[in-house]
Design a protein around this ligand. Structure first.
Ligand SMILES: Nc1ncnc2c1ncn2[C@@H]1O[C@H](COP(=O)(O)OP(=O)(O)OP(=O)(O)O)[C@@H](O)[C@H]1O
Ligand SMILES: O=P(O)(O)OC[C@H]1O[C@H](OP(=O)(O)OP(=O)(O)O)[C@H](O)[C@@H]1O
Ligand SMILES: O=C(O)c1cccnc1
Length: 481
């Protein structure tokens, strides 16, 4: 994402902005960016994209060209365009750090700002957070299926454009991929650049053996040979073994070496290849597989005892093919009047689509003994929790379902933290590899039942007593209209 992104917004944000400007109703408001369903049937999501949101907010500025373009639309008056020419973000932003495990209905980003500013930034915040959280979540699932084997992100060529390929690869690494074949992403975010070689390399030589020898000569420290161009078991693997044997004899054994399978029955071929490599003494050769993989295929191959210990995953990961959107929304939750936040609610026929009103935060409650998440409690910012006291949690819809947490058996962490205050950034994004390490720890706070790929157990996202009361009162008052 390069260049001035200030116009990366929906037209209606600008027409509404002009309306607020004309009515002089630039009140401070609270907007929450949250999502309603975990993608891909997952029991959780991984939030990502905050670094790009921060960059976008810092760089917000309508330049001369932007103003001239808006003027040319004959929709905006000069006084509003003058305001835009001097525009910068002056509000507060709170967010859940990248790499955190998150659940439906939780504000991933909260904007507290004059309504004109808060309205403008809706689209870009959703665009960035929705995309990267989608891919980070998918990557987390793919990595979970691989049970600790490294996953190389290979998706750039079939990603939905350069940004999706590059920021998607960044998100994939946050979610757990070992690195990416996308060189621009690797450079930009200091991520390992990884890869093997293509069939074209083999096909450009008169024969497979010569192609393997040349590749091994060129890359003596990391030699992965693609063995499926002609005949995996009759030609590819035997030729790879021949080259590895030659290197061994010459005392030039690479520190990392192996083969890549890219077609056929990956379980059968990997087991046969393993036997052949082991019989030749190459027990530490890596067997990498690629070919339209996703979390379900990797899981299936694991169940089939495939002898694969490294994976290349492209299209299905970078496009999140089974679930192409994250579904995050941005809703007005409160308006500040006379120094006080007045809660606002959006009704819906679907109970679970009704928004949570007020200026909120999120407390994550951990079981003290296991450090696993017990529940998340969406609360008012004025709510506090004292873990030395009992805490009653209740299902916000089926309110009779309750759990009483005993004093000193749980721990609490506020997961929504300040990012901008009065327009100034107060948060420094960690490196992507540090976010990956944090994300790994985050995933260890999930119960196994929540991590499983199919029909996972949902994590409880409850409302504090005070928030529940406010919501209920608002619903009752609206119902009596
Ligand atoms: N043992 C296996 N169990 C389940 N799925 C597998 C297994 N082996 C391979 N697959 C998957 O089956 C699909 C095979 O696709 P397909 O037959 O179209 O192509 P291919 O074998 O890769 O050959 P080519 O690349 O030559 O078209 C891929 O998605 C691959 O990941
Ligand atoms: O299947 P994916 O998960 O998207 O993983 C990436 C795929 O991209 C490459 O194939 P491609 O046919 O594009 O090029 P190649 O000639 O190198 O095989 C690679 O060989 C993988 O099969
Ligand atoms: O390096 C590789 O093997 C690679 C890179 C991109 C796509 N497929 C494979």
């Amino acid at each position: 994402m390069t260049g001035n992104l200030t116009l990366l917004t929906d037209f209606y944000e600008l027409t509404m902005m002009q309306g607020y400007f004309k009515n002089q109703t630039n009140e401070t408001v609270v907007f929450d960016a949250f999502y309603r369903n975990n993608p891909s049937g997952s029991g959780y999501a991984i939030c990502a994209g905050l670094e790009q949101v921060i960059k976008y907010i810092k760089e917000l500025n309508f330049d001369y060209d932007d103003i001239a373009y808006l003027r040319s639309l004959n929709m905006f008056d000069e006084d509003f365009l003058d305001y835009l020419a001097g525009f910068h973000f002056t509000g507060d932003i709170y967010a859940i750090p990248e790499g955190t495990v998150v659940f439906p209905m939780e504000p991933l980003v909260k904007v507290v700002a004059p309504i004109m500013e808060a309205q403008l930034v809706e689209t870009a915040i959703l665009n960035i957070i929705n995309h990267q959280s989608l891919i980070a979540t998918k990557a987390s699932r793919v990595c979970f299926a691989a049970q600790g084997d490294p996953i190389m992100e290979f998706g750039l060529r079939r990603a939905q454009g350069p940004d999706a390929g590059t920021l998607g690869a960044r998100a994939a690494v946050i979610g757990g991929c070992a690195g990416t074949s996308n060189v621009l992403c690797a450079k930009e975010f200091q991520i390992p650049a990884l890869g093997t070689h293509a069939h074209s390399w083999i096909m450009s030589f008169p024969d497979e053996l010569t192609a393997f020898r040349k590749y091994a000569e060129l890359y003596p420290t990391n030699t992965t040979l693609l063995v499926d161009t002609y005949d995996t078991l009759r030609s590819g693997v035997p030729n790879a073994i021949k080259v590895f044997s030659e290197l061994k004899e010459a005392g030039k054994m690479p520190s990392a070496y192996g083969i890549r399978l890219d077609s056929g029955d990956l379980a059968y071929l990997s087991k046969k290849a393993r036997q052949m490599l082991d019989a030749a003494g190459f027990t530490d050769a890596t067997i990498c597989a690629s070919s339209d993989l996703d979390e379900y295929l990797i899981d299936s191959l694991k169940t089939q005892n495939a002898a694969i210990n490294s994976w290349g995953v492209g299209t299905n990961l970078i496009t999140s093919k089974d679930c192409p959107s994250f579904g995050g929304v941005y809703k007005l939750a409160a308006i500040k009047r006379n120094g006080e936040f007045i809660p606002k609610i959006k009704l819906s026929e679907n109970t679970w689509k009704i928004t949570n009103p007020g200026n909120k935060t999120i407390y994550r409650i951990y079981d003290k003994e296991t450090n696993k998440i017990k529940a998340d409690l969406i609360s008012l910012v004025t709510d506090t929790i004292d873990p030395t006291k009992p805490l009653m949690l209740f299902d916000p819809i089926a309110t009779w379902k309750k759990t009483l947490l005993q004093p000193n058996t749980y721990e609490v962490r506020e997961i929504l933290i300040p990012i901008f205050q009065n327009g100034q950034c107060v948060y420094e994004s960690p490196s992507v590899m540090d976010i990956q390490a944090y994300c790994k720890k985050e995933q260890s706070t999930l119960w196994d039942e929540t991590r499983r790929l199919i029909n996972p157990q949902e994590v409880y996202v409850d409302l504090s007593n005070n928030l529940w009361n406010i919501k209920n009162d608002l619903l009752s008052s609206l119902n009596s209209i």
